[in-house]
Design a protein around this ligand. Structure first.
Ligand SMILES: *Cc1c(COP(=O)(O)O)cnc(C)c1O
Length: 578
C-alpha cells in the first residue's frame, strides 16, 4: 500500500508542479483579463452614471424584446428567412415605377387570356342569373337539363380519352348508384337516431376498408367526402399529438411528390409541410427523410402510389423510420388504395404497404377513385381509436346543444355514403381483384408502348396505374396540346416537365389503349419531324408557370381560373374586348 501511495504522491506532486507552472505562465494573462474586466465594469458604471435606474430597466427590457423578436424572425416562422427575403424582394420589385406596372400589365394580359378562353358558351347559350319567376314543371325542367346542360358535356371520358377522372362509369354502376341515392336521398349522418340504417352502412364501409388494409382488432376509421378531407383529418389528428408534446408548429415530413392536400391541411391547421427529395424513380429518398426529421416533425408521410408519376414510396422504410423515431406514419393511398389492396390477388405482388407494417398508423384511400363509388367519398383509417379522436371536433358549450362532429362537415350527404357501401358490396373482393387485374394489365401495356416510341421516356416508376412521360427532344406540353386538339385530356406535370395518363377501367375496354398509343405515336412523330417552335396556348402557359421565380404571380393567375369558373356575367377584365 505504502509504495503505491508513494508513487501516487510522486505523480501528484508532478501534477501540482505542472499546475503551478501553468499558474505562473497564465498569471500575467489572468491579471490582464482581470484588469480589462475591471475597466469594463467601471466604464459601464461610469456610462450608466448619467442614467437613472428606470432608464436602465427600460433599456434592458427593450433589448430583451429585440433579441426575442430577432430570434422569432430567424427561426420561429412559417417561411424561412430566405423565403421571406425573396418574398420581400419580389414585392419591392412590383412597387418600382415602370417595372412594377409593366409586370402588372403582363399579369392582367395573361388573366384576360385565361378568362377569354375558359368556359366559353356555345352559340345561343345564356346563363340563368336569377330565380325563374315561377317554378318549372318537372317534364319541362328535365328537358331543359337534357338540352341545355347535359348536351353540352364533352363526353370524351366515355371514349376513354380522359386521364383518371371517371374511374368506371359503367351503365350498371350508374343505375345502381342512382337507385341507392334515391332510397337515401334525405339521409344525413348528423342524425344517426333518425337514420340508423345509414349509420350501419357508414360503419360497415369503414370496417370493410380496415379489413382490406389488414388493420388489427383496434384499427378504426371514418368516411369523409374525399381524399382531401381524409388527409386533412389525419393531419389534424397528428397535430393534436404534436401539440400534446409541446410542439408549436408541427411539421409534416413528406416527399416532394406528395399530394397538395397536405399543403392545404398545413395552411388550414397552421402546420408546415417539409418536402423530402426523391430518388431517380421519383420515390422518397429515405436517407434524406431521416436527416430532415427534427423536434417539430409530427408525421412521416409516404404515398402508395403518388399521383404525379405513380411510383410507390418505400413505405416499409418509412414505417421503420417512424418506429425508430417514435413518430406516426401516414400512407396516402387515396389514388390507388383500391388497387394496391388487391394487386397480390390479381397476380401483381407488392411489398407490404399497410397496417401489416408496425409503424404505419394511418391510411387514406379514396372510395371515389378505384372504389368506383360516386364522387364525394373516401376513408381515413387509423391504427387505433386514440389517434382517430384527434380528428374529432366538439364544442360542449353551444346554446344549440352539445355539438360534436367526426369530420369537417356538419349536416352532409348520406346518399353518397349509402351508394358507396352498395358499390363496395356490389363488387365484392372478386370484383375488385378482377377490375385491378384489368387496370394494371392495361397500364403495363401502355407503359411498354410508350417505352417503344422514339422521343419519349418514362418519368418515375409506373408501379400501379399511372404512366408519366417526358421528352428530351421536344416540348412535351406542345405534344400535350396536340393531343388535346384530338380530344385527349392528359395531366401536365412540372418539376420535371412531363405529362401523365392515369388508367381507369374505362381504358381497359378493347382497343382503347391502342387508340391512345396510336395517337401518341403519330403526334410524337410529328413533333420529332418538325423544327422546334415557340410554344403557345396552354403549353406556353404551363412552361412559363414553372420558370417564374415570383411564385405569388403564379398563385394570383391560378386563382383567376376560379374567378372565371364562377363567372356568369362578362368579366370586368374583358371590358370592351369581346
Ligand atoms: C386524388 C388524390 C388525393 C386527393 O383526393 P381528392 O379526392 O381529390 O380530394 C390525395 N392523394 C392522392 C395521391 C390522390 O391521387
Amino acid at each position: 500500500m505504502a509504495s503505491t501511495t508513494g508513487t501516487d504522491s510522486t505523480k501528484l506532486s508532478g501534477l501540482t508542479e505542472f499546475i503551478q507552472q501553468y499558474k505562473t505562465l497564465l498569471k500575467p494573462y489572468a491579471d490582464t483579463a482581470l484588469v480589462y474586466a475591471n475597466n469594463c465594469r467601471t466604464a459601464v458604471n461610469t456610462y450608466c452614471d448619467d442614467w437613472e435606474p428606470w432608464q436602465i430597466i427600460l433599456c434592458t427590457l427593450g433589448l430583451t424584446v429585440a433579441v426575442i423578436w430577432i430570434y422569432q424572425f430567424l427561426f420561429d416562422h412559417d417561411l424561412s428567412p430566405w423565403q421571406r427575403l425573396s418574398k420581400f424582394f419580389f414585392k419591392t420589385i412590383r412597387k418600382i415605377p415602370i417595372i412594377g406596372p409593366k409586370i402588372q400589365q403582363e399579369i392582367e394580359k395573361t388573366m384576360r387570356e385565361i378568362e377569354s378562353k375558359l368556359f366559353p358558351l356555345g352559340p345561343g347559350q345564356r346563363y340563368v342569373n336569377q330565380l325563374p319567376d315561377k317554378g318549372i314543371k318537372e317534364n319541362e325542367l328535365m328537358k331543359l337539363i337534357e338540352d341545355k346542360y347535359h348536351a353540352i358535356e364533352s363526353h370524351n371520358w366515355e371514349k376513354g380519352m380522359v386521364s383518371g377522372t371517371v374511374y368506371c362509369g359503367s351503365q350498371d354502376l350508374t343505375r345502381l348508384t342512382a337507385k341507392v341515392y334515391g332510397e337515401f336521398a334525405w339521409a344525413n349522418p348528423l342524425h344517426p337516431d333518425v337514420f340508423p340504417g345509414l349509420r350501419k352502412m357508414e360503419a360497415e364501409v369503414v370496417a370493410m376498408c380496415v379489413r382490406m388494409f389488414n388493420g388489427g382488432p383496434k384499427a378504426c376509421g371514418a368516411v369523409t367526402t374525399g381524399g382531401t378531407e381524409s388527409i386533412l383529418m389525419a393531419c389534424r389528428a397528428y397535430r393534436a399529438i404534436a401539440y400534446e408534446r409541446g410542439v408549436k408548429r408541427p411539421e409534416i415530413l413528406a416527399p416532394k411528390s406528395v399530394h397538395a392536400a397536405f399543403d392545404k391541411a398545413a395552411t388550414y391547421f397552421c402546420m408546415k409541410v417539409v418536402r423530402v427529395p426523391q430518388d431517380e424513380n421519383m420515390r422518397c429518398d429515405i436517407k434524406a427523410m431521416e436527416r430532415m426529421i427534427n423536434k417539430n416533425t409530427c408525421v412521416l408521410v409516404g404515398s402508395a402510389p403518388q399521383f404525379p408519376h405513380g411510383s410507390i414510396d418505400p413505405i416499409e422504410d418509412i414505417s421503420k423510420l417512424a418506429l425508430k423515431y417514435n413518430l406516426p406514419c401516414h400512407v396516402d393511398a387515396c389514388l390507388g388504395g383500391f388497387l394496391i389492396a388487391f394487386m397480390d390477388k390479381a397476380g401483381y405482388p407488392l411489398q407490404p404497404f399497410d397496417f401489416r407494417l408496425e409503424g404505419v398508423t394511418s391510411i387514406s384511400a379514396d372510395t371515389h377513385k378505384y372504389g368506383y363509388a360516386p364522387k364525394g367519398s373516401s376513408v381515413v383509417l387509423y391504427k387505433n381509436e386514440e389517434i382517430r379522436s384527434g380528428q374529432y371536433f366538439a364544442y360542449p358549450d353551444w346554446q344549440g346543444g352539445l355539438y360534436a362532429t367526426p369530420c369537417i362537415g356538419g349536416n352532409h350527404c348520406g346518399a353518397i355514403i349509402a351508394a358507396t357501401c352498395a358499390v363496395m358490396m356490389y363488387h365484392g373482393e372478386q370484383g375488385y381483384v378482377e377490375a385491378t387485374r384489368k387496370v394494371i394489365e392495361t397500364t403495363r401495356y401502355i407503359e411498354a408502348g410508350i417505352r417503344e416510341i422514339e422521343g419519349l421516356h418514362i418519368v418515375g416508376s409506373s408501379d400501379v396505374s399511372v404512366v408519366a412521360f417526358g421528352s428530351l427532344d421536344f416540348d412535351i406540353f406542345q405534344l400535350s396540346d396536340m393531343m388535346t386538339k384530338q380530344g385527349w385530356h392528359l395531366n401536365p406535370l412540372q418539376f420535371p416537365t412531363s405529362i401523365h395518363i392515369c388508367c381507369t377501367l374505362v381504358h381497359t375496354k378493347t382497343g382503347y389503349a391502342d387508340k391512345f398509343l396510336n395517337d401518341l405515336r403519330l403526334v410524337t412523330a410529328e413533333m420529332m419531324s418538325k423544327p422546334r417552335t415557340k410554344p403557345d396556348g396552354s403549353a406556353a402557359m404551363y412552361g412559363m408557370a414553372q420558370t417564374i421565380p415570383d411564385r405569388s404571380i403564379v398563385t394570383q393567375v391560378a386563382c383567376t381560373y376560379y374567378n372565371a369558373y364562377y363567372r356568369t356575367t362578362p368579366s370586368p377584365l374583358l371590358n370592351g374586348m369581346e
